[in-house]
Design a protein around this ligand. Sequence first.
Ligand code: MG
Length: 244
Amino acid sequence: MRLTALSLLLLGSISLSAQSNGDPKLTEIWEPKAPVVTPGKTSADPPSDAIVLFDGRNLNAWYGEKSSPAAWTIADGAMTVKPGAGGITTKQGFGDMQMHIEWRAPIVVKGEGQGRGNSGIFIMGKYELQVLDSYNNQTYSNGQAGSIYKQLIPLANANRPPGEWQAYDIIFTAPRFYKDGRVQSAARITVIHNGVLVQNNATIWGGSQYIGISKYEMHKDKEPISLQDHGDLVSYRNIWIREL
Ligand code: MG
């Protein structure tokens, strides 16, 4: 943002002289410098400045909805919903962020529609990016995998078959509120599902609702993220965040 504003200012004031005397240096911007971030070996690995929320070993970064430590099952580098144990919630709050998370619907296909491999990522505990086995499984379009639940239909159905790992790469801009609680700017979200763009800087309508219209309720700049226990054996792994 700072770079862009500065660039525009500079370009505006020097464009005439730059064009007239042909000096390329006039349009070079050297400060500030972009911080160095060492990327992971693959897109699943956390970059050097990431906060790792789950690396396959333990649930230390999470509270359980009904018990602490959270009662979800850990095996083979993944955690799996324990039906009835309730959702799990990060101890830390997050606002604007980049998030990587991988999920897997159970290989044993049972149920249909919303009853097949259902979970969800509740960003700020309120805005649900749906997790669902949407491979050859019809449901309402704004309730399938990659949707913002009951709001935004994904741009594509990029699901892999159940039993295979899938990735969401998320860029989230938190909503801003005036002091009196009115919305100053709505939340926005970009989601890439298995390398396919499914939400493109889309505007979120408000907190996810099962019944009725979503609306915003004022909350803090940073809020914890929850993963849903919807009774299905959905697994997660490689969860990390870069705060923006
Ligand atoms: Mg769900």
